[in-house]
Design a protein around this ligand. Structure first.
Ligand code: ADP
Length: 385
């Protein structure tokens, strides 16, 4: 195993857009980075020669992929943790550590962890099934309104449902879930932190995430978040406490709610680059992707400072369109100054699928918002197929 950070052989499980942006961040440093995911048609497979096909959920595939790597990391949490534990036992660096991934894979354990370390997160209870949920409502230990979240495998709002009255129970999940108090949300924010094993950390300023209530997906992200400096400092302290308690090596995104009384509640964690940090590619001195690579190979962490305000939007597949993707209106977006387009390279578009993102870097957020409105009304991912 090489001890020179620049010579370490890095293996990433997952080959989607986050992997693609990790690959792009690895090239300026000349890092030796490899990926595994199911198909060469995925975003990384299309551009990176060091890509092998395999399942990150399979014990055998993960072991085979990891055996000649020095550092193994992830761009998605739903990986085979047993294999990662065994790779760690065999002396490999696995960052984030398998224990951290296991904790975050289960929203129930995540909530318990927040409680154990005295981090404020909406009050919760656990249910095993719809029947169990109904029984607990009947006996009064669960009361309307509440949020139900699948303990495992939910993402991008799929696996989250708000139950306000008995009538909403028809949308409830029949699976092990977390039942959570509904927060009166004023703003959703996110803080991204990087930590290394020597306890060095680098924290990005909080950003605001505006969620599209219909798609339950990020509509736009605003950097910096319009919150008081005191609240921003509090949010950063919470993120660093969690990173320290987890002893995580690598990036950690901490999603939080600011309620209408300006109180902070931790929602959930992601131990990897995150949608709320895409702006850092153009708007910060060090992108979250470069930061992740620095953190896991042991290079000094970079400056997280925001160089310019920015507004980030996801490019989502147009409802009603499934098939080969066509980016209608892209030329007019590219003609705008400060507009950085990232197309992920997914060949097939589907309704609400994340096909890319745009980061609008501007001298002020009002002017960025004007460009956002223009792009929102002109850019559409459609399919003629
Ligand atoms: P996912 O892992 O799918 O992103 P989240 O836990 O982030 O799921 O929930 C998705 C969205 O649902 C959040 O961004 C927020 O808008 C809403 N939400 C989640 N939990 C609560 C809560 N306790 N109170 C109010 N809204 C919530």
């Amino acid at each position: 195993m090489s001890s020179n950070p620049l010579e370490k052989k890095i293996g990433i499980l997952g080959g989607g857009q986050l992997g693609k942006m990790l690959y792009q961040a690895a090239t300026p440093l000349g890092l030796d980075i490899h990926f595994m995911d199911q198909s060469k048609e995925f975003p990384v497979g299309r551009i990176c020669p060091n890509f092998i096909e395999g399942s990150f959920k399979s014990y055998e595939d993960v072991m085979a992929f990891g055996k000649d790597k020095d550092v193994i990391s992830i761009e998605i949490e739903a990986v085979n943790v047993e294999a990662l534990r065994d790779l760690e036992k065999s002396g490999k660096d696995v960052f984030p550590q398998p224990e951290v991934i296991a904790l975050i894979q289960d929203k129930g354990e995540q909530k318990q962890f927040f409680e154990d370390i005295n981090i404020e997160s909406p009050a919760f209870s656990l249910v095993e099934s719809l029947e169990d949920l109904k029984e607990k409502i009947e006996e009064g230990s669960i009361q309307y309104p509440f949020v139900q979240k699948l303990r495992r495998d939910g993402y991008d709002g799929r696996g989250v449902t708000v139950i306000k009255t008995e009538g909403d129970l028809s949308t409830a999940f029949d699976a092990p879930s977390v039942i959570e108090d509904l927060v009166n949300i004023d703003k959703e924010i996110s803080v991204i932190i990087a930590r290394q094993s020597d306890d060095s950390i680098a924290i990005y300023d909080p950003v605001e995430m505006v969620v599209d209530p219909n798609a339950n997906l990020l509509d736009r992200q605003i950097a910096p978040a319009a919150i008081s400096s005191q609240l921003a400092a509090e949010a950063k302290l919470i993120a660093s406490t969690i990173a320290y308690e987890l002893q995580i090596v690598g990036l950690l995104a901490v999603e939080m709610f600011v309620d209408t009384e300006q109180r902070l509640w931790v929602n959930e964690l992601a131990p990897r680059p995150h949608n709320s940090g895409h702006h850092s590619i153009e708007a910060c001195h060090t992108s979250q992707y470069a930061q992740q690579l620095r953190a896991i190979v042991g290079l000094p962490l970079g400056d997280t400072q925001l160089v310019s305000p920015s507004l980030l939007m996801n490019i989502l597949g147009e409802p009603g369109h499934t098939g080969p993707a066509f980016y209608e209106g892209l030329e007019s977006c590219l003609a705008l100054s400060g507009v950085h387009v990232h197309i992920y390279g997914k060949s097939i578009t589907k309704p609400q699928r994340k096909m890319g993102h745009i980061n609008i870097v501007d001298h002020n957020l009002d002017s960025a918002k004007e460009k956002y409105d223009l792009i929102k009304s002109s850019l559409k991912v459609i399919s003629h197929g």
